[in-house]
Design a binder for this molecule. Structure first.
Ligand SMILES: [Mn+2]
Length: 256
């Protein structure tokens, strides 16, 4: 173990595995191999999975290779810290005990390599997004989770998830850079509050728009995604930077 770390978010690993998804996983696993070789720490900043729910004895079969890869890293001594996003908030025992990942359901300040990292996926940060906040309080309510687990058949749960994810994908493609950059900027005042409290780096995801902004010696980073940008945060023990994983057979957008 050393003081280097990778920050990945918004991979949105899909329930439906097609050729593009297989290629995306191949690239992700190469990046994970690099993390393993480097004996770095992996921070997942939410929406690693497009849909994630544990039903006691049952887990989603489309992710079996991903579970195995995560386990491989853990067994090789890599620490994985996994912050739930709006798509994979329902992390449970399987992830923490069977895979051996540290799970976080809320924002957290983590000290690593002598620095303070303020980490969170970043959904629900926009105070104007009243609808989302309302939805969030329903789908994270213990009663909803209980009902989803014990009343709705897992296949139906997954169909609903697939349908919802196709809808949000369509909506996503229509969003302009100006709009996304505005969403990013809304986080700056929170970042500055945290910096005043002694935090060195604030790292989020969710917006799918990679952006690193320096505030004197502090840094705000929103990671981007592993769908269009294949971007990630890298901490070398001293500095935090925004990088891109060079994919071979997939389209890759340049950093904005
Ligand atoms: Mn998200």
């Amino acid at each position: 173990m050393n003081d280097t770390a990778y920050f990945i978010s918004d991979v949105h690993l899909r329930i439906q595995v097609d050729d593009i998804e297989r290629e995306r996983r191949r690239e992700l696993f190469l990046l994970m191999d690099q993390i393993k070789q480097e004996q770095a720490t992996l921070f997942i900043i939410g929406d690693w999975f497009d849909f994630y729910f544990e039903y006691g004895y049952v887990v989603t079969r489309s992710y079996h290779d991903v579970y195995a890869k995560m386990r491989e890293l853990v067994e090789a001594g890599v620490k994985i810290h996994y912050f739930g996003g709006n798509h994979d908030y329902w992390l449970g025992d399987f992830m923490s005990h069977s895979i051996g990942v540290n799970i976080y359901k809320q924002e957290e300040i983590i000290e690593f390599g002598g620095k303070k990292f303020y980490l969170l996926h970043g959904d629900g940060l926009d105070p104007e997004d009243v609808n989302y906040r309302r939805l969030q309080s329903v789908i994270r309510h213990p009663f909803f989770i209980w009902a989803f687990r014990w009343i709705i058949h897992p296949n139906i749960g997954h169909w609903v998830a697939k349908w919802l994810s196709q809808r949000s994908r369509k909506k996503y493609r229509q969003e302009s850079h100006t709009h996304l950059l505005n969403l990013v900027r809304k986080n700056y005042s929170l970042a500055e509050d945290k910096f005043a409290e002694g935090v060195d780096f604030m790292i989020t995801g969710h917006i799918h728009y990679p952006k690193l902004k320096t505030f004197e010696d502090k840094i705000f980073l929103t990671i981007g995604d592993f769908i269009n940008y294949f971007s990630y945060g890298y901490f070398d023990g001293v500095n935090l930077s925004l990088k891109q994983w060079p994919v071979k057979q997939l389209e890759q957008r340049e950093l904005p």
